[in-house]
Design a protein around this ligand. Structure first.
Ligand SMILES: Cc1ncc(COP(=O)(O)O)c(C=O)c1O
Length: 438
């Protein structure tokens, strides 16, 4: 039997019993279940880096506002599908304060998590022009967005941006756009899983090509303001969170409350639709909706059909958190900065023990420290590495399930790792390094 930090026989048996054909290809939730089982039997705690969940308490301002709204009786009343006016106003203000973008409050829509915003966008935008039936993902990305396409039976294409940073992005995007079948492009910025952040050069290229080829840009800002290399925390004061909205008026932003406000459990996010897109007339929509107006189709066609809006009380929670941030009474960036601090320390432990950071640069700049980082180890594919690391009490996900072509890579999420676990993490990495000399 091998000498590994977690009992070799138990890990091997749990892997076999999980019936997961390849650990590296397993979904995040499957990995979670497997580790729970191993932890239970061995009594050993893993360093858990597989799930991208907030590791901080929910923002109290939101919790209190939600309780108050419930006590006022909102639970008995259907919310308006387009959202409560207070939330819409604060959402538009937030976009002005933290991204320096003007948008009408009418176009700021609550969704059941940003996840529903993506789903609603794909559903609606694939119907705007008959000939444009395909989404393009700038990957690596959030695996569930691919899954949304599969369950919808919709077409998508994707490429790994690793080799196409900076000016190289232009020709790559044009190679897709020029075919005429792409209705939308989705990317997250900062990026899940790699934590790359697009530079202004890249956002400009994306925006210019969106204008030229009439493609909608869905900018997923699940980690808004969390590139800690710059201070995006001061409302109304530059620098602002970079966005493609500076370069095109054909955009939707998805803003999640899950990480910025640690509000994942209440499932509320925002869809911010540009004024131009919201008011676009598209006759092809009439095949599916009673209107040819994009904004109306989105709200009264798609979101109505999905969930008839977003939970009433949580809308008041988000309104209160946004208002506090907009007024400068809540520094939400300072709260989540802890993720970046932890990433910095953890990345050092990995690189000090023979591991490499896979996505390591934004053009010429070293990548930021944040919610995720990616790593590899010489001689391993990501999938094999993931499995081997289970014996060392470290769990993560393989990059191959995120649309990444860096088959050697793994994604680590720092949120659930506590500082108290750092000595354990370091000892396990050291042991791994000793057992796998490079
Ligand atoms: C890039 C990205 N988009 C969207 C989401 C989902 O956000 P929400 O919890 O608001 O549905 C996540 C959550 O991990 C994410 O990482």
């Amino acid at each position: 039997m091998k000498d590994t930090p977690i009992n070799y026989e138990i890990v091997t048996r749990h892997i076999a019993e999980s019936k997961i054909r390849s650990i590296g290809k397993a979904s995040i939730r499957e990995i979670k279940r497997l580790i729970n089982g191993i932890e239970k039997e061995t009594g050993e705690k893993f360093v858990r880096m597989e799930m991208g969940v907030p590791g901080l308490p929910a923002t109290e301002i939101g919790v209190l506002a939600e309780i108050e709204a419930l006590k006022r009786g909102v639970a008995a009343v259907y919310p308006d599908i387009e959202g409560v006016p207070l939330l819409k106003q604060e959402a538009a203000r937030f976009v002005k304060m933290f991204l320096d973008i003007e948008v009408d409050a009418a176009n700021c829509l609550p969704t059941v998590g940003s996840m529903q915003g993506g789903f609603a966008a794909f559903l609606t935008f694939s119907k705007i022009h008959k000939e444009k039936d395909t989404t393009l993902f700038i990957d690596p990305g959030f695996p569930v967005h691919h899954q949304q396409h599969r369950v919808l039976g919709q077409k998508f294409e994707s490429f790994d941006v690793y080799e196409y940073r900076g000016e190289k992005l232009r020709a790559k995007l044009e190679s897709y756009f020029s075919k005429g079948n792409i209705h939308s492009v989705l990317y997250s910025n900062p990026n899940n899983p790699s934590w790359i952040c697009f530079t202004d050069t890249e956002l400009r290229i994306i925006g210019e090509l969106a204008n030229q080829y009439n493609v909608i840009i869905i900018e997923d800002l699940a980690y808004v303001a969390m590139d800690f290399r710059k201070d995006y925390s001061k409302p109304g004061v530059p620098p602002f969170q970079p966005t493609v909205a500076k370069y095109t008026d054909n955009y939707v932003m998805l803003i999640s409350s899950s990480k910025a406000f640690s509000y994942a459990g209440q499932r509320i996010g925002l869809m911010i639709v540009s004024n131009k897109l919201f008011n676009t007339q598209a006759p092809d929509l009439l095949q599916y909706y009673t209107t040819d107006n994009v904004g109306r189709a989105l709200i009264f066609g798609t979101v109505y059909a999905l969930s008839a809006g977003t939970a009433h009380s949580t809308q008041y929670a988000l309104a209160a958190m946004l208002k506090a941030a907009n007024d400068g009474d809540l520094d939400f960036v300072e709260v989540v900065r802890e993720y970046g601090e932890k990433a910095k320390i953890m990345k050092k432990m990995f690189t000090g023990n023979g591991f490499n950071i896979v996505y390591d640069k934004d053009e010429d700049d070293p990548i930021a420290d944040g919610f995720y980082f990616t790593f590899s180890y010489p001689g391993f594919t990501g999938e094999a590495l993931l499995e081997e690391m289970l014996y060392y009490g470290i769990s993560a996900i393989a990059l191959s399930i995120t649309g990444s072509e860096r088959i050697e890579g793994i994604r680590a999420c720092v949120s659930l790792v506590t500082r108290e676990q750092f000595p354990t993490l370091e000892a396990r990495l050291k042991k791994f390094h000793e057992s796998h000399p490079v």
